[in-house]
Design a binder for this molecule. Sequence first.
Ligand code: SAM
Length: 197
Amino acid sequence: MIGVDFWQGRYDASNTPWDLGGPSPHFVELLKQLPAFLKPGNMAVFGAGRGHDAALFAQHGFDVLGLDYAPGAVQGASQLYGSVARFEQANIFDLVDPASPKAGTFDYLLEHTCFCAILPQERSAYVQAAGNLLKPGGYLIGVFWEHSDADGPPFSTTETEIHRAFEPIFDVVDIQAKSPAADRSGTERLVILRRKA
Ligand SMILES: C[S@@+](CC[C@H](N)C(=O)[O-])C[C@H]1O[C@@H](n2cnc3c(N)ncnc32)[C@H](O)[C@@H]1O
């Protein structure tokens, strides 16, 4: 069963091959290009892990809150980057509730290998939680994986699935081509979505 104990077990065993030891090259490149929509604001990070991506955006002037339900992740992120960003233990599926104090408070939501970490049947709840946290017009910036394995994690996501899963609540701004230069194995693509008003 993939749940908090599974992920905590991976942190306990230091079996975290997804952890690049630094931010995703996709995000580094995006911040270099600095598209017009990307201005410092409030940012949440789903499945923040040890916080490398959260710290990158915090160091570029964003007010960043990293969320992860594995205590080992939150502890690691706080130790590494607690001076530049905040990290909280939270299950993203508890953030579907419109009465959550975090609802509608974020300009950006960042994600790197969290959508592919949850079970495919949990994706619609993920989309609900993302839509609930963002302000209308806010952006979800994520790195999504597409590969040929039937199993996961990481669970594969096609471009068609991104449209189908997110379009009830989000407009698709950009789905970049998979770029071997920017990732581990040519399986990753940067995706930018805008929460509908
Ligand atoms: C593959 S790791 C990626 C971590 C980090 N983004 C990185 O790239 O290093 C997936 C992370 O999502 C977290 N996660 C999975 N399901 C979650 C949920 N329902 N709520 C909060 N965090 C979750 C796990 O604890 C894990 O830290």
